[in-house]
Design a protein around this ligand. Structure first.
Ligand SMILES: [Zn+2]
Length: 200
């Protein structure tokens, strides 16, 4: 039963996409401060996670939620060339494969297992148990998560490759935007610049 419209299904936001800071769903857009839980506001959540192999525990390095309006403003700093490069990279490398389709079918039957969706790098296929740093991303609408292409996990190996696809002009623009708009402490700004912002 393939979902011919490819419409995302709305599910409750799982705890792995709660803010670590508040232990609750993200309340506000990082950039404009808009209330994210009310109504039909669309937004993206990104969390960068460090995993300690020996202790099998994790730390969230940074996390944020940003509304689609602000995300679009942010995307406008990307050059056409960089955008095209990233799009091609995802088309050629993202593993929207049999396993993924199986998860979507389960979702259509009312079973959403977020850990399965985040069990390996969407690009490289590396299991999360073999990674020390990765990012997870999700798309949400108000107090629900929209599941289809997202949520997913990207390991740092693939993130490094994506950063290589960006032109210097795009990197300058991205850094300028982070400086100007993201109300983050300097060390987090640096981390965000080093790893990039999800571009989907
Ligand atoms: Zn916003």
């Amino acid at each position: 039963m393939s979902n011919s419209d490819n419409k995302p299904l709305l599910v409750d936001i799982p705890k792995s996409f709660y803010s670590d800071e508040t232990n609750a769903p993200f309340a506000k857009c990082l950039n404009c401060g808009r209330d994210l839980q009310e109504g039909q506001t669309q937004y993206i959540i990104e969390k960068a996670i460090k995993r300690y192999k020996d202790y099998s525990s994790t730390d969230t390095i940074f996390e944020y939620a940003i509304c689609m309006d602000c995300h679009q403003k942010f995307m406008s700093v990307y050059s056409q060339e960089s955008l095209a490069n990233i799009q091609t990279y995802f088309l050629e490398n993202a593993r929207f494969d049999h396993k993924r389709h199986h998860l979507i079918e389960k979702l259509q039957d009312g079973v959403f297992e977020v850990d399965e969706w985040l069990s390996h790098c969407i690009i490289k296929g590396t299991p999360v148990s073999e990674m020390t740093e990765y990012q997870i991303g999700a798309q949400c609408v108000g107090d629900k998560m929209a599941a289809l292409q997202m949520p997913f996990l990207i390991g740092n190996e693939a993130l490094d490759e994506i950063m290589q696809l960006l032109s210097n002009k795009t990197i300058d623009g991205m850094n300028g935007f982070i400086d100007e708009f993201f109300g983050l402490p300097p060390d987090l700004k640096k981390l965000l610049k080093d790893t990039g912002v999800f571009v989907l």
